[in-house]
Design a protein around this ligand. Structure first.
Ligand SMILES: C[S@@+](CC[C@H](N)C(=O)[O-])C[C@H]1O[C@@H](n2cnc3c(N)ncnc32)[C@H](O)[C@@H]1O
Length: 621
């Protein structure tokens, strides 16, 4: 019998009282009761656990650590305690221990999506810390899962790759093109590199995440060249891993020359060809069928054919079935649609799991200082400008009971979104529509999210106003807009490109990427090459070379809120630090709603809103 089952009724009563006090914020009294209970029965794990949480909040880390350990000693399968302990360790920079604790919690939950997502978050917090082999174990659990977003693990991944014996020289920071190419021409180094590509962690990294590093890109170019020219017999699976990374980056590399003479083996020839350009989807699908048996032992080759064949073919079918509510209504919409038809963005593979809450609970957690009444428990939600669907699918996962309609201009983006929804078994409505020309019968929504979209229109404020007409009574809006201050490096790119910006094709984008990579570190445009989006073709177009981009500052946002009679609730940040900085600077403004104060903070920290001004508001009643 577990220690927690042996709790007497009296102790149970005391624990219930302590928990109640803890919830009411009376930590000191609750801690007293837990201590009393533990004196009588030292093996009650929940008492140790709750005490640990209180001690943590009271700023007593050593005592909290001891209490967590006691809880886990009494009850080694206590999932909540392992999870909270992992977060506690992570917050204190003890990343290796945090990741170890999180792995334990994940196994205890049979590696469920939310549990592995939690582990991915611990890896994210670890950043570039050296996690040793435990980091590799953790990455193997997180990477490549459809129900986990691995994007946050990128620094942990790069740190591991940079420490790999066969990769570290080739990827050493700042390594010049000539040195890197020479190294790879050395047969032993090349053999070690290609062998490393199919090691589980390296392969998981190359096949599931874009690796946003100029040295990786350089290496891909040379490896592709060596593979084409060398006499060495490189295993097909290593080539497939390489091709999958090139495919994730959507062939953003400079177009190279194809090899002379394709190999006679059909599969090998296909993989070689996929190093240079995507395969024809029908051809990839038929190879997959024809070589079904041989592919059982070639998982990366199979994956490559699957992504470039059946996935694409399904998207074509889904595209044909899309409902049209309205087509592009003006010139700007036309141009923007054309861009996203050619380059749907973002391409994504894993959807974030966990963190499910009701809408009222979500709003309360975002804006604890405010009382925002009349929020629906199972809201009707409109995602206006859903792109490739990650945003809409995440909203369904995040908000319990959400009934979601997702619209976008781009049919190719919507088809990608529909395919992902099908794969993940998530139900929602998708339709093609121009936000600037929404049909009246679209309906009314309790929440409208329009993130990263309005700034791509001719008149963002007019489109925003149009969306308000589709809000149900007491309905909320979440809006995200580009910040002028945070995008000064992008402005510098626009200055370099000049008038050509509106006529760029994909080859121009490839070419310009190389020019940007060649800029000196201190050039005002150089920071863009350190961003994830720079490393894929659609990302780069969306980030740097958009057909239509407006940027906002806080006074423009303040003016729009006022003109539209909207109440501003506050900003949503993925990271708690900006809000902490605000509170420190303006301790009297508990609700952090003052835009003039935020403008002051932004002056001191111009990239604060790099992830856009993301905020919630609703019409004043
Ligand atoms: C940068 S993507 C953002 C997608 C999504 N909100 C997200 O966060 O992943 C911008 C999207 O807005 C869509 N868009 C731009 N103007 C639009 C309009 N007038 N009506 C509908 N969608 C529009 C584009 O087609 C594109 O898919």
């Amino acid at each position: 019998m577990n220690s927690t089952n042996m709790i007497s009724t009296e102790i149970e009563r005391e624990l219930a009282q302590a928990t109640q006090l803890q919830r009411q914020g009376q930590g000191a009294r609750a801690a007293e009761i837990y201590r009393k209970v533990l004196k009588l029965s030292p093996k009650i794990a929940p008492a140790h656990y709750n005490l640990a949480l209180l001690l943590k909040d009271q700023g007593k880390p050593a005592a909290a650590d001891k209490a967590f350990k006691s809880a886990l000693k009494c009850s080694p399968e206590y999932v909540m305690a392992w999870t909270a302990y992992a977060r506690f360790l992570s917050d204190r920079g003890r990343h290796r221990d945090a990741v170890r604790a999180s792995i334990r919690a994940a196994h205890l939950q049979e590696l469920s999506g939310p549990a592995v997502q939690e582990l991915a978050d611990r890896l994210k917090a670890a950043g570039r810390s050296d996690l040793g082999s435990i980091g590799e174990d953790a990455l193997l659990l997180c990477l490549g899962r459809r129900d986990v977003s691995g994007d946050g693990t990128i620094l942990a991944v790069l740190t591991r790759l940079l420490a790999h014996p066969a990769l570290k020289k080739l990827l050493s920071p700042g390594i010049g093109k000539d040195t890197s190419e020479k190294l790879l021409e050395e047969p032993r180094a090349a053999a070690a590199f290609f062998a490393a590509l199919t090691e589980p962690m390296v392969a998981a990294a190359f096949t599931s995440l874009i690796l946003p590093l100029r040295e990786v890109e350089q290496l891909l170019i040379f490896a592709r060249r060596v593979a084409q020219k060398s006499q060495m017999k490189i295993p097909i699976e290593a080539l497939a891993v390489l091709a999958l990374q090139i495919d994730l980056a959507e062939y953003a590399l400079p177009t190279g020359e194809s090899s002379n003479g394709a190999p006679s083996d059909e599969l090998r020839a296909a993989v070689f060809s996929a190093l240079m350009a995507p395969l024809d989807p029908k051809a990839a699908a038929s190879l997959l069928e024809k070589h079904k048996e041989a592919l059982v032992t070639k998982r990366y080759t199979r994956e490559l054919l699957l992504r470039q064949g059946p996935e694409k073919l399904r998207e074509r079918l889904l595209k044909d079935k899309l409902i049209v509510l309205s087509a592009s209504a003006d010139d700007v919409s036309h141009k923007v649609q054309a861009q996203y038809e050619e380059s749907p963005y973002p391409r994504w593979r894993g959807l974030r799991s966990g963190g499910e809450v009701t809408l009222p609970a979500l709003v309360k957690s975002l804006f604890p200082g405010l009382v925002i009444p009349k929020l629906k428990n199972a809201p009707k939600v409109l995602i206006a400008g859903c792109g490739t669907g990650r945003h809409a699918l995440r909203t369904i996962r995040r908000i319990i009971g959400a009934d979601v309609t997702a619209i976008d201009l781009s049919r190719t983006s919507l088809a990608y979104a529909c395919r992902q929804a099908e794969d993940l078994g998530i139900k929602l409505r998708f339709a093609q529509a121009d936000i600037t020309a929404l049909p009246d019968d679209l309906g009314r929504f309790d929440l409208i999210e329009c993130c990263g979209v309005l700034h791509h229109m001719a008149d963002p404020e007019a489109a925003w106003k149009g969306l308000i007409r589709h809000l149900a009574p007491h309905g909320l809006m979440k809006i995200a807009l580009y910040s002028e201050n945070a995008r000064q490096d992008v402005v510098a790119v626009h200055q370099l490109v000049g008038d050509k910006l509106s006529t760029l094709d994909l080859d121009d984008v490839r070419h310009l990427r190389q020019q940007l990579l060649a800029l000196s570190e201190d050039h005002p445009a150089a920071p863009v090459t350190r961003e994830l989006d720079f490393y894929s073709l659609s990302g780069c177009r969306d980030f740097l070379f958009h057909q239509q981009e407006q940027r906002f500052d806080l006074s423009r946002i303040g003016g729009a809120l006022k003109n539209m009679n909207l109440e501003f609730f506050g900003f949503e940040f993925a990271d708690p630090r900006p809000l902490a900085a605000y509170r420190q600077r303006f301790p009297q403004d508990i609700s952090a709603q003052n835009l003039a104060n935020w403008a002051e903070i932004e002056i001191g920290s111009p990239t604060l809103f790099r992830g856009m001004y993301q905020f919630w508001c609703r019409p004043l009643s």
